[in-house]
Design a protein around this ligand. Structure first.
Ligand code: IMP
Ligand code: MG
Length: 178
């Protein structure tokens, strides 16, 4: 089994680039069918989504725009926990079909906060596309429209996902050994 060391931890090969990109191609095909004529604005959430967004958007063939945002993370009060805020969005999203491009939905905390904030700007609809979903980790009820792959609740790196900032450039996905 192919393994890599990222910082101080060992990871083993979990999903090959070929497997990932086949699943992404299927998502793109669905999006091309569902969103034809809707002129969607894709909003890619950096940093983790850069590889997924790149591969997906190469295969999206309908007229559309792509934009990039980040989520800032800061500590809220004890009752609110960690608050994340969307920043960097320059487009007016009022009345538009939005597709959020995320690397992974884990607990769902991030995507729920993002949906709440974007909804304030009155888009026509917001759809969610995540490369990966960990169904066993999900703590929120949230509508996820286009998921490329569902995975077990293991920590992974590669294809945009990092361990402490490293490993994002790996072209395959690795899971932590243990
Ligand atoms: P959530 O808010 O719990 O859904 O987590 C969302 C964010 O946590 C993702 O956008 C990732 O940046 C990060 N994340 C979740 N699981 C993993 C993982 O297995 N490896 C690397 N990053 C992860
Ligand atoms: Mg992310």
């Amino acid at each position: 089994m192919k393994t890599v060391k990222v910082k101080d931890k060992e990871f083993e090969l979990f999903l090959s680039q070929e497997t990932i990109e086949k699943a992404i191609a299927d998502v793109a095909e669905k999006i091309n069918k569902d969103l034809a004529g809707k002129n969607p604005l894709f909003i890619c959430v950096l940093n983790g989504s850069f590889m997924y967004a790149s591969e997906l958007m190469k295969r999206v063939s309908i007229p559309s725009e792509v934009s990039f945002v980040k989520m800032s993370s800061y500590k809220g009060t004890a009752s609110t926990g960690k608050i994340k805020e969307v920043y960097g969005l320059e487009e007016d999203i009022k009345g538009r079909t939005i597709v959020i491009i995320e690397d992974i939905v884990d607990t769902g905390h991030t995507i729920v906060q993002m949906l709440d904030q974007l909804a304030c700007d009155e888009p026509k609809e917001i759809l969610v596309s995540a490369m990966l979903l960990k169904p066993a980790a999900l703590k929120h009820s949230v509508k996820l429209d286009y998921i490329a792959l569902e995975i077990p609740n293991d920590f992974i790196v590669g294809y945009g996902l990092d361990y402490d900032g490293y490993g994002r450039n790996l072209p395959d996905i690795y899971k932590i050994k243990g």
